[in-house]
Design a protein around this ligand. Structure first.
Ligand code: ATR
Length: 264
């Protein structure tokens, strides 16, 4: 029986086990996928179990997507350019880190039929997921990628790596077509960013990387004001789909049943 894990802190909210175990059963694979709450000190030991074959694959979530990197022997180009790893496995006997969030974000926008080409996009947050959003938007040819973060220095650090982004002061609301919440605000119910984005007018595309809760205050207000609002469910599904395909060399189905699992 092969063993897979998602590691993070907190981890209760993760629906990765639900989704992966559903696909594992559907594809008649002999494996089990668990979640594990860990602290930083445990990373080394868990990753070493990939080398010995005790664990076949690991998904990584907040706040460890960067801190796992020193324990890996190889990075995919996506993991390297984003310095963010969410999927780990053994390849050519090397512990390999990959980032499936970039593709997950991109595929989710395709699913929502939103064309980013030539759009002005404002990203909120400069934490673990921000590089994946930046790289996804760049790949899809956004005309402008703006980023603001409560702690400005973190936004400026990202600009040192991705020099094509424009750093905006936290609290300023520039004109945008699309806005992405990449902060952790909203993970707790009724938590809200204290900025009025509606100043930018209606008919914008609001995207929240958070998928649980399904409707953050950010999205609720956006809808009320006549904007399109989508949560991070499809990004989550597609990043998992990519990880599953790499690990099991089988492409699982994304259908109504799959999506129903995540809305219970
Ligand atoms: P990390 O910062 O360790 O990478 P993360 O969960 O990936 O953790 O990122 C959290 C993001 O949410 C950060 O951009 C953080 O802003 P700061 O860099 O200023 O901490 C943002 N964030 C968290 N709580 C926030 C709040 N109450 N208001 C605004 N932004 C917040």
């Amino acid at each position: 029986m092969k063993k897979y894990l998602v590691i993070g802190n907190p981890i209760e909210h993760s629906l990765s086990p639900t989704l992966h175990n559903y696909w594992i059963t559907q594809n008649k694979i002999k494996a089990i996928y668990d979640k594990k709450l860990i602290n930083e000190k445990e990373i080394k030991n868990i990753i070493s179990q990939i080398k010995t074959g005790h664990i076949s694959g690991v998904n990584v979530t907040v706040p460890f997507k960067k801190s796992v990197i020193p324990y890996l022997e190889k990075l995919s180009s996506e993991a390297n350019v984003s310095q963010s790893v969410n999927t780990i496995y053994l390849e050519d006997n090397k512990i390999t880190g990959h980032n499936t969030d970039i593709a997950g974000f991109e595929l989710s926008l395709r699913y929502h039929k939103y064309d980013v080409k030539d759009k002005k996009v404002l990203i909120l947050g400069a934490g673990g997921v921000a590089p994946s959003i930046i790289l996804g938007l760049k790949k899809m040819s956004a005309s402008q990628i703006m980023l603001c973060n409560r702690t400005k220095s973190k936004a400026e650090n990202l600009k040192k790596i991705y020099d094509y982004i424009d750093v905006v002061n936290w609290g300023d609301v520039p004109e945008f077509d699309m806005i992405v919440n990449a902060t952790s605000v909203g993970l707790k119910k009724n938590e809200e960013i204290d900025i009025n984005f509606q100043k930018s007018g209606p008919n914008k595309f609001y995207y929240d990387v958070i998928y649980n809760p399904r409707e953050t205050m950010f999205l609720k207000k956006a809808k009320e004001q006549g904007n399109i609002a989508e949560n991070g469910t499809m990004m989550f599904v597609y990043q998992a789909h990519q990880a599953f395909t790499i690990w099991h060399k089988t492409m699982p189905k994304i259908d109504e049943e799959t999506l129903k699992l995540l809305t219970k």
